[in-house]
Design a protein around this ligand. Structure first.
Ligand code: NAD
Length: 444
């Protein structure tokens, strides 16, 4: 049976999910409250940078299987399965997640659900949300028990969103307590994800709280792994050891593995930082705060890397930023993304500017978002123009374009050959051989 799908919230997650589901042959209707986003998506113009997604979007539009709207009435009328993909950012001034958008989406949709359907939450939410929303849905939906809720957390990585959606590591299906509703929800989800299941993707059913916890605990683990190696970097700095060698040697141990073990400026973005904080806040509400006190340390280690980066740059410049020019390479929180939410690179750039330097930033894809987030920084049109006349160059996001830079060419435009490699992305020997004063996090 082919279901008609809707996707509510068409940001990084929703736009990807909608386009990929249409590519798999489903009829899909995407909805967002942001009219400009919907106009752009409808025109085949992806509002975010995500490698490989635009052709999938365009294919969906051309076949007529993929459409976009701002009308909840249209969505309620159209959909057999509604995917909730709205944002759950950190609340201002608190650790907890802001549930305004999720609650708002359910409040808009539920009263319009005149026919049987499955509502599937994909947003990352505090444990307990699905049970709460299940009740809200049952109360508000006119079809009564015919609108069933499931929770299907999403694990995609920006930069690999299409690949991760089409070939996920696993599918987690959080099912309601009522056995009849659970059986129905599982059947529908297995039909929606049949292509992935046929490829051998593990399909794991769980109760609501377990499904919600899989997502946040996965992010807690990944953040911990990054902060672990960055804590080792701090020790390496004190002991004059090389954390990149340490990390390489650790990575050959199968029990440890090399992924998420790259020492550097640490994690950022719209997920890991806010997810670990929301997880701590929720555990506190549940009386289990002690279980997650280590995450506070993980967060602090991560933030200390940014401070260390600024200190290293200041040191290189003789102890003060006043009147100095700094060229910053990278604004996105990671390469192959235009996402600057909680970006370590922009954070460092802003902090150095606040300490009196003239800072010029360049990023291959994140310029628009960076300008909006940090309008007082200066921006260059290219890597070379950002580092023009710089007394120090900081590599803060490891785009391939920066890794491949020729140290001799860069030397030709700067005022002084000082570079801090915030991502351990460059070959120190090569840069030193070209006369550069090369410094990096966690290395002598
Ligand atoms: P985003 O900010 O890019 O997109 C959210 C979208 O929801 C926006 O376009 C916004 O306009 C829209 N929206 C807000 N309120 C709405 C409403 N009431 N009705 C309809 N649309 C509404 O966020 P994102 O990065 O796509 O993240 C969405 C969720 O997915 C979050 O919970 C996030 O934690 C989770 N997630 C994100 C990723 C990722 O890599 N970005 C990966 C896994 C999970």
């Amino acid at each position: 049976m082919s279901h008609r799908l809707t996707v509510i919230g068409t940001g990084y997650l929703g736009a990807t999910h909608a386009a990929c589901m249409a590519d798999l042959g489903f009829e899909v209707l995407g909805l967002d409250v942001d009219e400009e986003k919907i106009a752009r998506l409808s025109a085949g113009d992806l509002p975010v940078y995500e490698p490989g997604l635009e052709p999938v979007l365009r294919r969906g539009l051309e076949t007529g299987r993929l459409r976009f709207t701002t009308s909840y009435e249209e969505v309620a009328e159209f959909g057999d399965v509604h995917f909730l993909c709205v944002g759950t950012p950190q609340k201002a001034g608190e650790y907890a997640a802001d549930m305004t958008y999720v609650d708002g989406a359910v409040a808009s949709l539920a009263p319009l659900l005149e026919r049987p359907c499955l509502v599937v939450g994909k947003s990352t939410v505090p444990v307990g949300t699905a049970a709460r929303l299940g009740e809200a849905l049952a109360k508000a939906a006119p079809a009564g028990g015919d609108a069933v809720l499931a929770w299907n957390p999403e694990f995609l990585r920006e930069g690999f969103a299409v690949q991760d959606t089409m070939h996920p590591d696993r599918i987690v299906a959080g099912l309601p307590a009522d056995p009849g509703a659970a059986e129905h929800a599982e059947k529908v989800l297995r039909e929606v994800y049949r292509t992935m299941i046929a490829e051998g993707t593990p399909f794991i059913t769980a109760d609501f709280p377990t499904a919600e916890l899989v997502k946040v605990s996965a992010n807690a683990f990944l953040a911990t792994k990054i902060s672990f190696i960055n804590a080792m970097a701090e020790v390496c700095e004190a002991a004059h050891a090389d954390v990149t060698k340490l990390s390489e040697a650790l990575s050959y141990d199968d029990r440890i593995g090399g992924k998420f073990l790259g020492p550097g400026l640490g994690f950022g973005g719209g997920c890991l930082p806010k997810d670990i904080r929301a997880f701590m806040a929720r555990a506190g509400e549940l009386g289990a705060d002690q279980a997650l006190t280590f995450l506070r340390e993980v967060d602090e280690i991560n933030i200390r890397r940014r401070i260390r980066m600024v200190d290293l740059a200041r040191q290189l410049l003789g102890g003060s930023f006043a009147g100095r020019t700094v060229g910053v390479l990278g604004a996105a929180f990671k390469p192959n993304s235009d996402d600057v939410r909680d970006s370590p690179a922009l954070d460092v750039a802003a902090s150095i500017r606040a300490q009196g330097a003239r800072v010029t930033v360049y990023d291959p894809q994140a310029m628009r978002n960076a300008r909006r987030a940090q309008p007082t920084l200066e921006y260059g049109e290219s890597a070379m123009s950002a580092v023009q006349d710089a007394h120090a160059v900081l590599l803060l996001t490891e785009w391939a374009e920066f890794r491949d830079m020729n140290p001799a060419t860069v030397a030709g435009v700067v005022a002084e050959r000082n570079i801090v490699d915030g991502r351990n992305a460059l070959d120190p020997e090569r840069w030193r051989a070209a006369g550069w004063n090369y410094r990096a996090l966690g290395r002598p």
